[in-house]
Design a protein around this ligand. Structure first.
Ligand SMILES: [Zn+2]
Ligand SMILES: [Zn+2]
Length: 426
C-alpha cells in the first residue's frame, strides 16, 4: 500500500488554533474599541499589489524590497510586506482627501515577508495598522503615540516608548554626508552588511544588531543635532505634547526604522518580556510619500503598525489566559426518543440567543457530562426516557452540581423559552 505523507504548513506560515483565537479576538476587540474613541475608521485592503508600489514606497535598497518580498515575477505582483503602501494607494486612488481633509484610518490583516521565522515573528504575520493622513501638526504625532500606549496598557502590557526624528529632505542629506564620512573612517570594523549599507543605506548602520557595529556608532554624529529649524520646531513640539498628555518616552537617536519613506518623527513601543528587547509597535511620519506615489502635493501622513503575533505571545504568557466563551447549556439526551425530542429544543434555544450544545452520539450520562465540561457549560439539561414520560427534565448547575426539576412542554419553542428565562435568572 502506498504511504500517504502528511502535508504540513509552509515554514513560517502558522495556524492560529481555536484555543489561541480568544486572545487574538481580545486584541482586536480592545483595538477597535480604542479606535472608535479616537475617531478612526476601518479600511479593508487587498493582499496583493503591484510590485512597483512597494519598490517606490518602501525603497529599492531596503532589506524588505531586496530580499524579503513574496513576488510573482511573471505577473509583477507582490504579497504586501506591510500595510502603509497599500493604504496610501487606496487613499490616492479613491480620492479620499476630497471627501475629508484629514483621514484617520486603520486596517487589520496578514502581511508577508520572507524572513527567518522566530518566536513571535512568522513569514505570514498580522498587523494592526493605523494611519492619519492630511495632518502636519506635531500634536497628531503625540496623539498617535498616546493611542498606542493606551491600547497596549489596556491590554495589560508594560511597554516603553522610544522616539526619534529622522529630519526631512532638507536636513537629512547633510546628516547622511556626516554619517558616511564617520563610517568610512571605520569601514574595517563594520560587519559585511554594514560595509554595503555605508553606500546604499548608511542610516541602517545605526540600528545594526551586531555588537561591533553598535559600539562603533555610539559616537557617530546624531541626527538630532542635524535637524533643520522646521524639523527641530516640530520635534520639540511633539515632545512637549507627549509631556502634556502624560505619555512617558525616551529619545533614541539610533532608531532609524527599516523603511526609506520616514521623515521627522519615528517611534517604537518596546517590551522586555519576550526574552530580549523587542518592538511590539512602531511607525512614524512620511510627509513626502503620498506625493511620491502620485497623490496630492504636500499631503503629510503618519502611522504605525502593531505586530499581533507578539501581542498574542505577551498576552498568553501573562497568567490571564483568555478563556473561550462558556456554553450556556449542554443538553444531554439519553436514548433515541430523547434525541428526537431534544434536537428541536436546542435549535430553538440557539434561535433565542442561547449558546446551546448537544451531541447526537447517544452516549452514557457520564460521557455526556464530560462533554458538557469540555464546552465549559454553565448548565446541563438532562432528558431520558423516564423524564419524557414524566414531562420533567433535570437542570444541573455544572458549577455547584445542584439539580432542579424542569417541566417539559410542547412545542419545543415553549420549552426553550422557559429554559432561556431560567438560565437568565440563574
Ligand atoms: Zn528638516
Ligand atoms: Zn553591522
Amino acid at each position: 500500500m502506498e504511504v500517504c505523507l502528511k502535508i504540513k504548513a509552509i515554514n513560517g506560515f502558522k495556524d492560529i488554533l481555536p484555543e489561541e483565537v480568544a486572545t487574538w479576538q481580545k486584541i482586536e476587540t480592545t483595538a477597535r474599541d480604542i479606535f472608535r474613541r479616537f475617531g478612526l475608521q476601518e479600511i479593508r485592503l487587498p493582499i496583493l499589489e503591484k510590485t512597483e508600489l512597494f519598490a517606490r514606497s518602501i525603497g529599492e535598497a531596503t532589506d524588505i524590497v531586496e530580499k524579503e518580498m513574496y513576488t510573482f515575477v511573471d505577473k509583477g505582483i507582490t504579497l504586501r510586506p506591510e500595510a502603509t503602501a497599500s493604504l496610501l494607494r487606496a487613499y490616492i486612488e479613491n480620492g479620499l482627501h476630497v471627501k475629508q481633509p484629514v483621514q484617520r484610518l486603520f486596517t487589520i490583516g496578514p502581511m508577508f515577508r520572507h524572513e527567518r521565522p522566530q518566536k513571535g515573528r512568522q513569514r505570514q504575520f498580522h498587523q494592526i495598522d493605523i494611519e492619519v493622513i492630511g495632518a502636519l501638526e506635531p500634536e497628531i504625532d503625540a496623539e498617535l503615540m498616546a493611542l498606542g500606549q493606551m491600547l497596549l496598557n489596556e491590554l495589560g502590557l508594560t511597554v516603553s516608548l522610544e522616539v526619534n526624528s529622522l529630519g526631512c529632505p532638507k536636513c537629512r542629506p547633510d546628516f547622511r554626508t556626516k554619517l558616511v564620512a564617520y563610517l568610512q573612517e571605520r569601514t574595517e570594523s563594520l560587519c559585511e552588511d554594514c560595509k554595503r549599507r555605508t553606500t546604499t543605506n548608511p542610516l541602517r548602520v545605526l540600528d545594526c544588531k551586531k555588537r561591533n557595529c553598535q559600539q562603533l556608532v555610539q559616537d557617530a554624529p546624531s541626527i538630532l543635532d542635524s535637524l533643520c529649524a522646521d524639523c527641530n520646531l516640530h520635534f520639540t513640539a511633539v515632545q512637549k505634547q507627549l509631556d502634556s498628555l502624560g505619555v512617558d518616552y525616551s529619545l533614541n537617536k539610533f532608531m532609524v526604522r527599516g523603511l526609506d519613506y520616514y521623515t521627522r518623527t519615528t517611534f517604537e513601543f518596546l517590551t522586555e518580556d519576550l526574552g530580549s528587547q523587542a518592538a511590539v509597535a512602531a511607525g512614524g511620519r512620511y510627509d513626502g510619500l503620498i506625493e511620491q506615489l502620485g497623490g496630492p502635493k504636500n499631503m503629510p501622513g503618519i502611522g504605525f503598525a502593531m505586530g499581533m503575533e507578539r501581542l498574542a505571545l505577551l498576552l498568553q504568557q501573562q497568567d490571564n489566559i483568555i478563556q473561550p466563551q462558556r456554553s450556556d447549556v449542554y443538553v444531554a439526551a439519553l436514548g433515541k426518543q430523547a434525541l428526537e425530542f431534544c434536537a428541536p429544543i436546542v435549535h430553538q434555544l440557539r434561535k433565542q440567543g442561547v449558546r446551546a450544545a448537544m451531541d447526537y452520539s447517544n452516549r452514557s450520562l457520564k460521557a455526556q457530562m464530560k462533554q458538557a465540561g469540555r464546552v465549559n457549560a454553565r448548565f446541563a439539561l438532562i432528558i431520558g426516557d423516564q423524564e419524557l414520560e414524566d414531562q420533567q427534565g433535570v437542570v444541573r448547575n455544572m458549577d455547584d452540581k445542584k439539580q432542579i426539576q424542569f417541566p417539559l412542554h410542547e412545542p419545543a419553542e415553549e420549552t426553550a423559552a422557559q429554559l432561556s428565562t431560567l438560565l437568565r435568572l440563574e
